[in-house]
Design a protein around this ligand. Structure first.
Ligand code: MRU
Length: 354
């Protein structure tokens, strides 16, 4: 994608030029828009680990780019040796974050491409892996647009929609999953407004969702996570839509910590609870959500805000970054291949045959 045109009005958290990539540092938003250059896989791995780039699909895209960078730097003439070294690159990238399956999906796709072409020269493999990484990036934005169109019909005109975390353009190559559905609803002429949970402790809702919806002129109101129940009880929320980091074959959904709480509240108030995610977020190898690895992050995310200490030194802390919402709380799962409701075990599997 070297030399491609950058449309400044479209939010894309990763961009390319001259064989390098730049990522919008999502830790610094909304107050600073800083782009960091990456040219090697170690840098990309650190960007994923430290959450310069975050959100399941964007992590997958970054992993593919990291694999391309790693492949480019392997020095050998032998395709077999090249593949062994490529696997080592993928291992480093795989060790960055455990929950979003898109990371592993992208690494598998890159490795499968190389494995299927081992009869080619190392130079051809390197070029092919570059194309594969760029294809994964472009496909991700396109599928979000498709997914958005599938989901837009579920959002009523005038709806006040609650979302949790950031499942927007910033969490993908562009357009977004949950926020992609809302963008598509707006594009179809519906007047909607969004309530964004701030999403403690990393504040993706306050910092990222509020920023990107404001930028797109989609009405957004920020609330603390613990206000959702009250607003539902007052009739001020019509439906909920979130993204996902991994969906088991039975429809159990791992997403940002707090999602389960919102889903239970939605059920209590008879509100639809929608999940929007690409097929690359489905992990059909897992029978249910109890098998999804949940990342535990640094205690400092809870005890501090920036340099300000909120909690007494030494207090024990738990910081699971994700939770699992059982399928029974999910009204529908929206993907680029269509919408599944009801029997997720059958419905999700059928999506792969469309
Ligand atoms: O820790 P993060 O910011 O990577 O977590 C992101 C989420 O939980 C998103 O809701 C999910 O990845 C869906 S993004 C389209």
């Amino acid at each position: 994608m070297s030399g491609c045109q950058i449309d400044k009005n479209v939010i894309r958290p990763i961009r390319f030029f001259n064989g390098a990539c730049q990522m919008l540092d999502q830790r610094r938003l909304p107050t600073e828009e800083i782009w960091i250059n990456y040219t090697d896989y170690q840098g990309v791995a650190e960007a994923i680990r430290s959450m310069v780039v975050r959100g399941a699909p964007a992590i997958g895209v970054a992993a593919a780019i990291g694999t391309w960078f790693g492949a480019r730097d392997i020095e050998t003439e032998s395709s077999e040796v090249f593949f062994v070294e490529l696997e080592k690159v993928c291992e480093v990238l795989a060790a960055t974050r455990p929950t979003a399956v898109n990371l592993f999906w992208a690494l598998e796709r890159m490795k499968s491409f190389a494995h299927a072409n081992l009869d080619r020269s190392v130079l051809e493999l390197k070029i092919g892996l570059e194309y594969e990484a760029l294809a994964i990036t472009q496909e991700d934005e396109q599928l979000c647009i498709k997914l958005g169109r599938h989901g837009a019909g579920l959002i009523p005109d005038g709806a006040r929609v609650l979302t949790h975390c950031n499942a927007g353009a910033l969490a993908t190559a562009g357009y977004g999953t949950a926020l992609g559905v809302l963008r598509a609803a707006v594009a179809s002429g519906k007047k909607i407004s969004v309530l964004a949970d701030e999403t403690r402790p990393f504040m993706q809702g306050a910092r990222l969702t509020a920023w990107e919806l404001q930028k797109d002129n989609i009405p957004v109101t920020l609330i603390c996570d613990n206000m959702a129940g009250y607003l539902m009880s007052k009739g001020e929320i019509d439906c909920v839509i979130v993204g996902a980091d991994r969906i088991a074959s039975n429809g159990d959904v791992a997403n940002k910590i707090g999602t389960y709480t919102v889903a239970v509240l939605a059920r209590e108030h008879n509100l639809p609870f929608y999940v929007a995610a690409p097929l690359s977020t489905l992990d059909m190898s897992l029978t249910d959500g109890s098998q999804i690895p949940i990342e535990e992050r640094d205690a400092r995310e809870i005890t501090h805000v920036g340099d300000i200490q909120l909690a007494p030194s030494g207090v024990p802390v738990r910081n699971p970054a994700f939770d699992v919402t059982p399928a029974r709380f999910v009204t529908a799962i929206i993907t680029e291949a269509g919408v599944v409701e009801g029997d997720y075990s059958q419905g999700l599997a059928a999506l792969f045959n469309k």
